[in-house]
Design a protein around this ligand. Structure first.
Ligand code: AGP
Length: 611
């Protein structure tokens, strides 16, 4: 949710921390701050963006070889200077930043208030910090020990970084539920919510696990569990270049990531799909193939856009593999006491691999003996590490808050998985199997062709940017794409949009239709085509404005729709990978036309690490 950065070493810490915060700003951007140690603790924090903070401290003495920084997505206490992180302890000697939620903070705050503590913010973080300092004072122990004792008393999720005026080279860090990566340099260490703040300094990183505590000095990294036992840090080599997290000449990350899809889908298929040889190679699937072949059911858990990929997976897996599939909102699945039997397969879909709702849902299912198969984009993320098997989507870093290339990566993995399992189970004919492999192999090229006509969507976006509401309709495999189109428009333009199965309109939502309502149909050629044409006529009859995503060569719908956008022909199972692209572009151009910050839309964050 929030972005966390830290550095200790011989270099100037401030520029490293501030650059790191800018790279993590997609995780939360309502307020920000840094803490440095130079002749005592210096804390600078402010409501607003990192650039606002930078502006406000020009001319200050920012020299320090140690620093921590935070960019916030508010949970406890509205975005403001006093609720911004870092927070300082009562003595003024400790500073702390936190990503997560301390669920029992109110109880602890009461205890501290009874001891005479006063608080300057509304945050759970300031409570935890003073709780730690209180333990340090009463137990006459060092900061590391005080943190360990305090963490045993709290419930919730956290990644915390602390610095201490009396120990000017050390950062104490700990995590449970929120991500923490430590970059190992020569005589220096970097800390971050992900690896982006340290990319140009080191490719050697340690992914810290839940209930681990790190003592970080320039030339020393000690990892321990809350039982005070040492753990050997496991160093992973990063396979990511700086360019991957820069805009590369595009105005926005979202536009860059939309236009990257021909190559990211290709990267996802590469080394796995060989349409000529008629093979799919996915070790994660093959390592669990007996489980898949004998599965009585598959449960998919996810959130947001990933949930839409899960819904499409239900249609595709049931069609090709003949295995019953249930798609669950992770947050509901987590608390509704679902029936999970030993050996059930849970497919967890997540771009970030850190979404708390999905993470805790699969932890619960795992406790009941389920097998977890992760479809994840961020390498080394928590969901990837706790899954029993999985497949990466290889879409590269996705910085824009609105998921685009990761979504098509998820669809590509789902298609390959379903085809592989169907082939192994013998639930698909060789002819259909080979045909779908060819179709999948052709997707990158077709997406490239669609992107060449992106400007057409600019004009449509300009026409409808003033709409207050919008409806997205689709049938069959296009229904999840209609839901995804509605989510994109909501996220990026703040227009209230809803997705529906087109036939569902008659059962209520059609009451919303009038001459002011844009209705976007995802209506590529498929076995539902005639039906969706009738649904279009129902909308037309009530003067609704019809925008239709249709297949090249469609001669019926152009006569019905007010605006059309063509996509290349494809098998109905594969077509959703194409029809989603113009909806991504439409939401982008409407957002731009409305001067929305499309990479950092209000109230959102890229990775939702709190429940
Ligand atoms: C999508 O554009 C949103 N950013 C959001 O709905 C996202 O899909 C959701 O938070 C799930 O994230 P994940 O895929 O990283 O788990």
């Amino acid at each position: 949710m929030c972005g966390i950065v830290g550095y200790t070493g011989p270099r100037e810490a401030y520029p490293i921390v501030i650059t790191g915060l800018k790279r993590l700003e997609y995780r939360g951007y309502d307020s920000t701050g840094v803490a440095l140690l130079n002749g005592g603790l210096k804390v600078y924090k402010k409501k607003g963006r990192v650039a606002d903070l930078e502006e406000s401290i020009i001319g200050k003495d920012l020299h320090s070889n140690i620093g921590i920084g935070h960019t916030r997505w508010a949970t406890h206490g509205e975005p403001s200077d006093r609720n911004a992180h870092p927070h300082t302890s009562k003595s003024g000697k400790l500073a702390m930043i936190h990503n997560g939620i301390i669920e029992n903070y109110a109880q602890i705050k009461k205890e501290l208030v009874n001891k005479g503590y006063a608080f300057t913010s509304d945050t759970d973080t300031e409570v935890l910090l003073n709780f730690i300092e209180d333990i340090k004072k009463n137990n006459e122990c060092n900061l590391e020990e005080a943190v360990r004792v305090a963490l045993k008393r709290i419930t919730g999720a956290y990644c915390i970084l602390l610095i201490d005026e009396d120990d000017p080279q050390t950062i104490i860090a700990a995590r449970k539920g929120s991500p923490l990566v430590i970059g190992v340099g020569k005589g220096e260490h970097f800390l971050g919510s992900d690896a982006s703040p340290m990319l140009e300094y080191t490719k050697e990183v340690v992914y810290v696990n839940d209930y681990e505590l790190a003592i970080v000095r320039p030339d020393e990294l000690i990892l321990k569990n809350l039982g005070n036992e040492k753990i050997t840090p496991f160093i992973t080599k990063l396979d990511m270049e700086l360019a991957a997290i820069e805009k590369g000449g595009y105005d926005h990350f979202m536009l860059k990531e939309i236009f990257e899809q021909p190559s990211t889908i290709h990267d996802c298929l590469r080394g796995r799909l060989d349409a000529t040889a008629g093979t799919i190679t996915m070790s994660g699937v093959m390592n669990n193939i007996e489980h898949f072949k004998n599965a009585q059911r598959i449960i998919i858990v996810a959130c947001g856009t990933s949930w839409h990929a899960g819904l499409l997976a239900e249609y595709v897996i049931e069609e090709l593999c003949r295995i019953p599939v249930e798609v669950e909102y992770a947050s509901e699945f987590r608390y509704r006491n679902p029936i999970v039997n030993k050996g059930d397969i849970i497919i967890a879909i997540s771009q970030s691999g850190e979404t708390a709702d999905t993470l805790v849902a699969i932890e619960r299912a795992k406790e009941n003996g389920a097998i977890i198969f992760g479809i994840v984009n961020v390498v080394g993320s928590s969901i990837a590490r706790i899954s029993d098997g999985g497949a990466y989507t290889h879409a590269g870093p996705e910085i824009g808050v609105a998921s685009t290339k990761a979504f098509t990566g998820q669809l590509a993995v789902i298609m390959m998985m379903a085809l592989k399992i169907a082939k192994e189970k013998g639930t698909i004919t060789d002819e259909r199997y080979n045909n779908l492999l060819m179709e999948l192999d052709a997707v990158p090229e077709k997406v490239d062709a669609i992107l060449k006509s992106a400007d057409l969507l600019k004009a449509i976006a300009e026409k409808y940017k003033g709409a207050g509401d919008a409806l997205f309709l689709g049938r069959g495999y296009n229904f999840p794409i209609a839901l995804e189109g509605a989510l994109k428009l909501k996220e990026i333009s703040y227009i209230h949009a809803e997705g529906y199965p087109a036939a569902e309109m008659k059962h209520g939502p059609i009451a919303l239709v009038d001459e002011n309502l844009p209705v976007i149909f995802v209506a590529t050629k498929d076995s539902y085509h005639e039906k969706i044409v009738s649904n279009m006529q129902e909308i037309k009859a009530r003067k609704g404005k019809i925008i239709a995503i249709i297949t090249e060569g469609d001669e019926v719908i152009p006569g019905l729709a007010d605006d059309i956008f063509y996509v290349p022909a494809a098998d109905e199972i594969i077509a959703p990978m194409l029809s989603t692209i113009p909806l991504q572009l439409l939401s982008y151009y409407v957002g731009i036309a409305k001067a929305v910050d499309v990479d950092k839309p209000r109230n959102l964050a890229k990775s939702v690490t709190v429940e």
